[in-house]
Write a protein that binds this ligand. Structure first.
Ligand SMILES: O=C1O[C@H](COP(=O)(O)O)[C@@H](O)[C@H](O)[C@H]1O
Length: 222
């Protein structure tokens, strides 16, 4: 794990956007297409604003989320809503987007369709993960029964999650996320830095981010 500390959040967003854009462009120099898998939540908005102006052939990039809350795309908690407003605009509007929210009444009904779309796109070219202060990443939550299944080496690439207190979710599993070519984790604040340190002392079922802390670059700003 490489840990990069930035003077402030703005510098982190600018620098990480440049890094991700460069990695995608480099991949497109020798491959026809590339994939970019990103988190939702509250942290990555400023990064997405910068990344969306990245000078690369976005028409050859497929974008999808690490995970999604099972709510309509206009709902304030929709991760897709964040992407449409901050990433899939400007130059990046040309990207192909796979929406993890299919509109099915329950996420379980969408698992097979989404797995069939995601599986051929693996390994992910550039993976950006987020993390909550509870050490969850994607929708892999500490102690949730689905987390143990989602961390298993032969888990399907996509799983439904409903044992948490808010709305049901859909998430990519460790088998899909761990093989990414260029993996990054972006976190902000002292509380998340402490949580990341704590995660390194715990089992991945209790600190799911731990499953991804091998070959990854962690980007942090206060
Ligand atoms: O619920 C989620 O939370 C995490 C972390 O979000 P943040 O608001 O603390 O940045 C996010 O990575 C994940 O995609 C999202 O569904």
């Amino acid at each position: 794990m490489e840990f990069v500390e930035y003077p402030d959040r703005e510098m982190m967003a600018l620098s990480l956007a440049r890094k991700i854009s460069g990695e995608l462009a480099q991949h497109l120099r020798v491959n026809e297409t590339a994939t970019l898998c990103v988190p939702g939540g509250t942290t990555p908005g400023p990064l997405f604003d910068t990344l969306s102006g990245g000078d690369l052939d976005w028409s050859r990039v497929t974008v999808f989320l690490n995970d999604e809350r099972w709510v309509d795309g206009e709902h304030v908690r929709s991760n897709s809503r964040l992407l449409h407003r901050h990433l899939l605009t400007n130059n990046a509007a040309a990207a192909r987007y796979i929406d993890l929210y299919t509109g099915d009444p329950e996420p379980e009904q969408a698992v097979d369709t989404l797995a069939a779309q995601i599986q051929p796109l693996l390994p992910i070219t550039v993976l950006l993960l987020g993390m909550g202060t509870d050490m969850h990443t994607a929708s892999l939550f500490p102690g949730a029964p689905e987390t143990a299944q989602a961390l298993a080496p032969h888990a399907p690439p996509v799983m439904a999650v409903r044992s948490i207190k808010d709305e049901p979710r859909i998430t990519l599993t460790a088998s899909a996320l761990q093989k990414a070519i260029c993996p990054h984790l972006m976190i902000t604040g002292a509380d998340k830095r402490e949580a990341l340190e704590r995660a390194q002392t715990l089992d991945a079922r209790d600190a799911p981010i731990r499953a991804f802390l091998g070959d990854i670059t962690v980007h942090w700003a206060e």
